[in-house]
Write a protein that binds this ligand. Structure first.
Ligand code: WT7
Length: 646
């Protein structure tokens, strides 16, 4: 295993060197109240908190509160407080899908646009505590609408524009939203997605009272539902320019973000105001070594938590220039990322392993010759990064000049929990490395739940004690929150990930140990894909597993049992693939569908997924014990008809 020691240049410009890390980390776990009281001061509070931490991790009474008597407004902290010092500095740098005509929005302009937008929300009847679904492409209004909600105390729930109309409807209904914000069309990779048309289909499955606010992005034709639909530019003309910030309690919800789990429908992860913003802004500053004046770019979509914490809230709370990118890494060519870095002199670049692997596959020529000397830090997030991709990123993109921060976290955690800090930690390719301040990872034995004390070990990853950015509940279902994260291993937050720890105490995250799969950084429950499949009239039963995929990290392998009398065919296979895409979204497209007359079940009727995983992985030599199956011969048929994945 190669180790890259901290270079002197990295130490020179960082705020947190190794000694500082050790001292701060010690303080953060020995005196969390003192540590976080101090770091809460990075925000502007209407009323400074005096009660710092109030946490019960013990099932079935889990309750998490930070800064509970504090009052603040998140939008004020991300916009208004910067006006005096950096009103004319660019807050949002918008790189459109088509290269060449980027737009800049200064903090002053952002302030004006957010206030207008907030008044539009009020005009449409949105009040403090109401939920608003945001279904937008990567345009400035995505960030502006989030901030406008925060300004008036409305709770946003952003739905990734790649989700289908059915998934959108589930989220509108699940959150009880009164309003959906969308755009006429979403340009991406040179093609326009009819976003308003998708929203119309979703809204058809919702209460008639749900309104729809439409941003004009392309000017393309849209169907119009008079009385329900409103153009942003039209309502904007009617409302005032100024909108005061609502004073919120630190524990008032800021947003809901739906994410997939191992069972049931996606859960509405709830994040609150004070702790979330302290954690997002602090991690953004320290992990990316962010300095005043830096141009910071995270390539994620605001539809995912990465976009919330590290495109919008963290960077803007720190007064950063945050780049909002509408396009894709491959359009118009595989040099797009590097062209954007060169043109805008990007200082921090944060992307996903799946993008790195795809670009690595195109060859070095797309990077060579680009001036990437402005970049100081390279970051990755979303899935385990294989050492080959890590090394390519470090050597070919970073020219061995920039530390790579492999940041492990989750929708639930609000911000990064495990990462190397540039300037403090030697780097090991593929290892997320060390806990952030206040984070106490523990390795548990999966079966017994015992804490593994040996340094070099493998097990499941759990976290002892809370940090301010942690999710507080599942929207409308606190039981589900406790059952999912706190029931299996009492006294700990269970991440759902497996991990290894090396002799130096460095953490490596190996991937999910539950029925969640990660395809190109998109998180999905196998149960969701199964329920999409069985919703098809010709399918009687389905079992879905992940398998290793060179580019996507994991691929989707589906075993499908058809209704009796239905014949398997390639046409039906295509139809089912299309069906799943339609039910969930294009990113959930199955890579392989195997028609299976029977699935391997125990005598009590439980599907043995372990066996299905092995077959999908083509690792049939080590199927393990199949004698407990009701009908062991099922396995031979499955092996004989294994599909090679696309
Ligand atoms: C799951 C969370 C956190 C924002 C994006 C994903 C996997 C995430 C890493 C990493 C290995 C990672 C985990 C985690 N994951 N980052 N650096 N190394 N695995 O958020 O959709 O909530 O998914 O992504 O499996 O549990 P998410």
């Amino acid at each position: 295993m190669t180790t890259i020691p901290v270079k002197d240049e990295w130490k020179a410009h960082t705020k947190v060197d190794e000694a500082t890390y050790e001292a701060w980390y010690k303080k953060s776990v020995e005196d969390p109240e003192g540590f976080w009281a101090e770091h809460a001061k990075r925000l502007d509070w209407v009323k400074e908190p005096t009660k710092i931490k109030n946490v019960n991790y013990m099932y079935p009474d889990v309750s998490i509160k930070w800064f509970e008597d504090g009052e603040l407004n998140v939008c004020y902290n991300c916009v208004d407080r910067h006006l005096e010092k950096r009103g004319d500095q660019t807050a949002i740098l918008w790189e459109k899908d088509e290269p060449g005509d980027a737009e800049t929005i200064s903090f002053k302009q952002l302030h004006a646009r957010v206030q207008k937008f907030a008044n539009v929300l009020k005009e449409l009847g949105i009040n403090k505590g109401d939920r608003v679904v945001i279904y937008l492409p990567m345009i400035p209004e995505a960030a502006i609408s989030m901030l406008a909600c925060a300004r008036i105390g409305a709770v946003h729930s952003v739905v990734f524009a790649g989700f289908s109309s059915d998934a959108l409807a589930d989220r509108i209904n699940g959150s009880g939203a009164k309003l959906v914000i969308t755009a006429d069309e979403a340009p991406r990779g040179g093609r326009n997605t009819p976003l308003k048309a998708n929203a119309d289909k979703g809204l058809a499955k919702c209460e008639d009272s749900v309104k729809c606010l439409v941003v004009q992005r392309t000017g393309g034709d849209v169907a119009w539902n008079e009385g329900r639909d409103f153009w942003l530019h039209e309502v904007s003309e009617k409302v005032g320019d100024e909108c005061p910030c609502e004073t919120m309690n630190a524990e008032d919800p800021l947003f809901i973000l739906y994410t997939s789990g191992s069972t049931g429908k996606p859960k509405g992860v709830v994040h609150t105001s004070g702790g979330y913003l302290v954690y997002a802004s602090f991690t953004h500053e320290v992990i990316f070594d962010y300095k005043d004046g830096d141009i910071y770019w995270c390539t994620a979509d605001v539809g995912w938590v990465t976009g919330h914490s590290y495109i919008v809230y963290g960077p803007l709370a720190n007064g950063a220039t945050t780049l909002v990118f509408e396009g894709t890494p491959a359009y118009p060519s595989a040099s797009r990322f590097w062209d954007v870095c060169e043109t805008h002199k990007v200082n921090q670049f944060y992307t996903a392993p799946t993008a790195i692997r795809a670009l690595m596959g195109k060859g070095d020529s797309f990077v060579e010759g680009k001036d990437l000397s402005s970049i100081k830090i390279l970051g990755t997030v979303g899935e385990p990064i294989n050492p080959e991709a890590w090394n390519w990123y470090y050597r070919v993109v970073g020219k061995e000049r920039c530390p790579v921060v492999d940041t492990w976290w989750q929708t639930e955690t609000g911000g990064v929990l495990i990462t190397p800090l540039p300037g403090a930690h030697a780097l090991k390719p593929g290892l997320a490395s060390k806990p952030f301040f206040g984070v106490q990872p523990v390795m548990l034995e999966p079966e017994s739940g015992k804490v593994i004390e040996t340094t070099e070990a493998e097990g499941v990853l759990a976290i002892k004690d809370s940090w301010p950015g942690q999710m507080r509940t599942v929207f409308g279902d606190h039981e589900r929150f406790m059952n999912t994260y706190f029931q299996q291993y009492k006294g700990y937050y269970f991440s759902g990930d497996g991990a290894r720890r090396d002799a130096d105490g460095y953490w490596q995250i190996t991937g999910r140990v539950d029925d969640v799969i990660n395809v190109s950084g998109h998180r999905m429950g196998t149960a969701e894909i199964e329920s999409a499949l069985v919703a098809h009239e010709k399918v009687s039963e389905a079992a879905v597993v992940g398998f290793p995929h060179d580019l996507k990290g994991q691929g989707i392998y589906c075993y499908v049992t058809l209704m009796s009398g239905t014949e398997p065919s390639d046409a039906l296979r295509e139809e089912l693939i299309k069906h799943v895409r339609g039910e969930i979204g294009p990113f959930a497209k199955p890579d392989a569908i195997q028609f299976a007359p029977d699935l391997p079940k125990t005598r009590s009727g439980k599907i043995m997924r372990r066996i299905l995983r092995k077959i999908a992985e083509n690792d049939t030599g080590s199927l393990g014990d199949t004698s407990t199956l009701a009908d062991p011969s099922v396995v031979d048929d499955l092996i004989a008809n294994r599909q090679s994945a696309s």
